[in-house]
Design a protein around this ligand. Structure first.
Ligand code: AMP
Ligand code: MG
Length: 319
């Protein structure tokens, strides 16, 4: 089977064609970016609306597939105005091609495509994207969230900090670059059992930039060291509690080399195997949406709609 996936839950509108063997036949993306401010949902949706047709057309052409069997779209979680655009686009193209339409959960798609792209079998998942930060395992056909952020996602924390010191969106990659020139500066460290709290640290870092004139480089380095250490601590505890011996890092922040380094050192020390989703599939894309559509094709389908607040642990894992 051949599936066209459409992603548009947040900053990126994307389309991809994937076969049920897991072969990526095309992968086209267009990301909404800003020079200074953060992501404005209505503006991002406007961006998606402007480019969606071109993105989808390109994905279909590049795949060289004559016959598409299924269209899948990202139904949530995400920003409502953006989710609407992806849904409209998916509906339009599925009606045009006269093929079934299926909505999939964006977070689940990150997890299952992580298995497709690595050799991980039954890992502790570390899901770190813009809006999400969760430590997850699959147990009895349900995803169990062992720990998570109590406020903002790790990516959003980095982006908000970046915005506060004058970096545009997305700030994560710029913070990673600047951190290479920085040295350690003490920031608060807030782990609550298996959960994480980021916003106080972000506020403190921005204040110290403005009031104490701590350099951008030192703050970037120290933000990474602090936030990633917090995540590494709960990840290690998750491995210890579950007795699993694999860790899989997924989501946009998985692109960060320092985070990958910290988690892999921790895993090595515990004789666990560490996997990180390949760089090009860390952030949002439609390959994972198409893949999840193929996995769920024969299963009970949810009503075609958007689900902006759907959580991973509400989903029956039937595939
Ligand atoms: P996603 O929502 O999964 O596409 O992830 C987007 C998030 O990943 C944004 O908050 C980015 O700032 C963050 N991100 C992307 N690349 C990096 C990087 N190299 N280091 C840290 N964060 C990153
Ligand atoms: Mg994502």
């Amino acid at each position: 089977m051949i599936c066209l996936g459409i992603e548009g839950s947040a900053h990126t509108i994307a389309a991809a064609v994937v076969s049920s063997k897991g072969t990526v036949l095309s992968d086209v993306r267009d990301m909404y970016k800003t020079v200074e401010g953060g992501i404005i949902p209505i503006e991002a949706a406007k961006h998606h609306r402007n480019v969606k047709d071109v993105v989808i057309k390109k994905a279909l052409e590049e795949s060289k597939e004559k016959k598409i069997d299924l269209v899948a779209y990202s139904r949530g979680p995400g920003l409502s105005p953006c989710l609407h655009v992806a849904l409209e686009a998916a509906k339009g193209i599925s009606e045009h091609l006269k093929v079934p339409l299926i909505g999939v959960n964006h977070a689940v798609a990150h997890l299952t495509s992580g298995l497709l792209f690595t050799n991980a079998k039954d890992p502790v998942y570390i899901y770190v994207s813009g809006a999400n930060t969760q430590i997850i395992v699959l147990e009895n056909k349900r995803y169990r969230i062992l720990g998570e952020t109590l406020d903002t996602g790790l990516g959003n924390a980095l982006d908000k900090f970046g915005r506060g010191i004058g970096l545009g969106f997305p700030a994560g990659p710029k913070i990673e670059e600047l951190s290479k020139l920085g040295k350690y500066y003490k920031l608060p460290y807030t782990v609550k059992g298996m959960d994480l709290v980021f916003s106080g640290i972000v506020t403190k870092a921005i204040n110290d930039f403005k009031n104490k004139k701590v350099s951008k480089e030192d703050l970037c380095f120290s933000m990474q060291e602090t936030l990633f250490s917090m995540l590494t601590e709960v990840s290690e505890r998750a491995l210890a509690h579950t007795k699993k011996d694999e860790l899989l890092l997924i989501g946009g922040v998985a692109a960060n080399k320092r985070l990958v380094e910290m988690l892999s050192i921790m895993c090595k020390e515990r004789n666990a195997r560490f996997f990180s989703v390949p760089l090009q599939y860390a952030g949002d894309q439609a390959v994972m949406i198409a893949w999840q559509g193929l996995l769920e094709y024969n299963k009970v389908r949810k009503h075609i709609d958007i689900y902006p607040y759907e959580r991973l642990d509400q989903i029956d894992v039937e595939w």
